[in-house]
Ligand binder design. Structure first.
Ligand code: AMP
Ligand code: MG
Length: 340
């Protein structure tokens, strides 16, 4: 049985108490964060964390992020915490930044996907923070979607994927950022970007200087040992996705050409873009990369639901949140990119 708790008007003590008790008892609770909805369990309980993998159908070597509510909790999860980690945490927590550090032995290797490193973040959402504080334990929470599907940015997406399969879903309305956290590995000599996300790389570089970018971020196939999440199919709706990149004018034209071509071949076409297009289904992404990030996963889910065969997505400039948006779009497209 799944309890759905309505907190669209904000965190509610009693509901959080119920959900926190479930977490302490090794159960699964989906909850909103500022990035996307998370599927949470006690990060220090290997059996509870294992249930996250089972519910999502997530490969066991794709590690989870442990969510905390006080900066000091970092020391219970990680050892050898460098100065840069404290600096980043002080500046950007609570917020959409995940830090990868050497893991303490007390962190179950189920949670870390078998690695000796642990990923930690403090989310900036009152419901997430309230839940973690009342649970009294770090909460492991990957995105609350069936593995491979677009991440959930509203409770209805979580209900679609998990109703009847987990103990509790907290409905906190739409998530404000819309893409997952930025993941930075601090276990090497230089900070390494493993996943672009809700905190722009430019902001991080203002604090720690130049950050190296893992080649998998741009879709290059390499040794994936350091970026375990990267090798799996991600964010993919049932429809085929194509990303069109280039200057705004050229992209607009190219999208129209593709719509015509697909339709001539009897295919139904959906478009998600920053300009208007006539297609079988259309989702407006917004003007800025922030808006595109907020709308991205909803657009993929909703266009897919219309039953289109192909989704054409307009690429965005890889600045600010644009880097995260393009990373998700390229993965959704299985790296099928058309240059206008
Ligand atoms: P999700 O919560 O579904 O967004 O996935 C969490 C992602 O965080 C993983 O897919 C990895 O990319 C990253 N991650 C978590 N833990 C680690 C770790 N110990 N080392 C490297 N990357 C990690
Ligand atoms: Mg995910």
């Amino acid at each position: 049985m799944t309890i759905v708790i309505n907190m669209r008007k904000g965190p509610a003590e009693r509901g959080l108490g119920v959900a926190a008790r479930l977490i302490r008892n090794g159960k699964l609770v989906a909850f909103p964060t500022e990035t996307v909805y998370g599927l949470g369990a006690n990060a220090l309980d290997g059996a509870a964390a294992r249930r996250i993998f089972e519910a999502k159908g997530r490969p066991a070597d794709n590690p989870l992020i442990a969510h905390i509510v006080e900066i000091e909790w970092l020391e219970e999860l990680a050892r050898e915490i460098p100065e840069t980690a404290w600096k980043l945490a002080e500046k950007f927590w609570p917020g959409p930044l995940t830090i990868v550090l050497p893991a303490r032995e007390t962190v179950p290797r189920v949670t870390t996907g078998g690695l000796d490193t642990v990923a930690v973040r403090m989310p900036a959402h009152p419901i997430a923070l309230g839940l973690i504080r009342m649970s009294g334990v770090p909460v492991a929470a990957p995105s609350a979607n069936i593995s491979g599907k677009p991440s959930p940015t509203d409770a209805e997406h979580v209900i679609d994927d998990f109703y009847g399969r987990i103990e509790c879903i907290i409905d906190g309305g739409p998530t404000p950022v819309g893409v997952e956290s930025t993941v930075i590995d601090l276990t090497g000599e230089k900070p390494l970007l493993l996943r672009p996300g809700g905190l722009p790389l430019e902001e991080i570089e203002k604090v720690v200087g130049k950050v190296e970018i893992h080649p998998a971020v741009r879709g290059e196939v390499v040794d994936v040992a350091k970026a375990p999440g990267m090798k799996y199919r991600h964010y993919a709706p049932s429809a085929k996705v194509i990303v069109v990149e280039g200057t705004e004018e050229a992209v607009g034209k190219k999208i129209n050409e593709l719509i015509e071509e697909f339709r001539r071949n009897g295919l139904k076409v959906g478009v998600m873009a920053m300009g208007e297009h006539e297609a079988d289904a259309f989702f407006y992404l917004g003007k800025t990369s922030e808006e595109a990030a907020r709308n991205l996963f909803r657009a993929l889910r909703e266009l897919d639901r219309t039953g289109v065969d192909v989704i054409i997505a307009q690429g965005v400039e890889e600045k600010g949140l644009g880097l995260a948006v393009m990373n998700r779009l390229r993965k959704a497209a299985g790296f099928k990119i058309v240059r206008a």
